[in-house]
Design a protein around this ligand. Structure first.
Ligand code: CP
Length: 305
């Protein structure tokens, strides 16, 4: 594997290897502190980010490497009309590996054809965000001790949520996975996800608008933000944005061992009062994101430890 564009670029054994490496880094970070000495990571973010960009940069710094890049398209020559592919070809002469976020689906893939250095898709529009999926998988594995035999509820914007589609793809490879899709009718999971990943693999799922009905059955509840930036119509966004708000009261019917996940940023969909609940895992996802990105950088640079 040269680049990472989508979670489907990774075999199940590569995903397991990344999780294994991340767990080893968590146990013994000092062993990895010079593994990327003199290597440079460029972060090219044409769309806003807090976690993904900074965790990539922290990951490279903790591996002993250095970082360069920009955090808005205004900070690059793209404002003068330079193409993404020219930008990435240029940065490929300065860096050993590139993490890139872009609002246009497929932009990182197009860029990957124009450089010899590994490109990591750090989110392209509504399409894919594979490193968030890796962070989610590491979190599930550490919380549950397994990636199989789980009932996973996804709640919120299941239409535009790129993290939801990627996580379904990854988890569906493991035995005994069942899904509950909770969303307003306007934001249901797309047919291509149902046909391609679920029906073809005979995976059980239900679709509902009612979170209360299925909450007690879940091992994992993966909440998502209704994404204003993906709507064409502000009125629709305002009507749908607060469809589901998780509160301590709502969680009374949930299992003691539920894991509450969210890729963040959140807006209103999880009350801050839930943050102290021992079942809240969303800030663990943030932490795990750095370690899995360290493992990915090592894999793509073919550095064995
Ligand atoms: N989860 C995630 O991608 O967060 P950022 O947009 O802050 O990077």
């Amino acid at each position: 594997m040269k680049h990472l564009m989508d979670i489907t670029d990774l075999t199940t054994s590569q995903i397991d290897e990344l999780i294994n490496t991340a767990n080893k880094i968590i146990s013994d970070p000092e062993k990895y502190q010079d593994t990327c000495k003199r290597k440079k990571l460029a972060t090219l973010f044409f769309e806003p980010s807090t976690r993904t960009r900074l965790s990539f940069e922290a990951a490279m710094l903790e591996l002993g490497g250095s970082v360069l890049g920009f955090s808005t398209s205004d900070g690059s020559s793209s404002v003068k009309g330079e193409s993404v592919t020219d930008t990435v070809q240029t940065v490929g002469y300065y860096a050993d590996i590139i993490a890139m976020r872009h609002p246009k689906e497929g932009a990182p893939l197009a860029a990957s054809k124009r450089t010899t250095v590994p490109i990591i898709n750090a989110g392209d529009g509504g399409h894919s965000h594979p490193t968030q999926t890796l962070a989610d998988l590491l979190t599930i594995q550490r919380e549950k001790g397994r990636l199989a035999n789980l009932t996973v509820g996804f709640c919120g914007d299941l239409k535009f949520g790129r993290t939801v589609h990627s996580l379904i793809n990854a988890l569906s490879r493991y035995e005994g996975i069942e899904y509950v899709f909770i969303s307003p009718k306007e934001l249901v999971i797309p047919d291509y996800v149902k046909a391609g990943m679920l029906d073809n693999n005979k995976i059980k799922y239900v679709e509902t608008t009612n979170i209360d009905e299925f909450l007690p059955k879940l091992d994992i509840l993966y909440m998502t933000r209704v994404q204003r930036e993906r709507f064409f119509n502000e009125a629709d966004y305002i009507r749908l944005k607060d469809s589901y708000i998780l509160t301590p009261d709502k969680l009374k019917s949930a299992r003691e061992d539920l894991s509450i996940m969210h890729p963040l940023p959140r807006v209103n969909e999880i009350s801050v009062k839930v943050d102290d609940d021992l079942r809240a895992c969303y800030f663990k996802q943030v932490k795990n994101g750095k370690y899995i990105r360290m493992a990915l950088i090592l894999m793509l640079l073919d550095i064995k430890v």
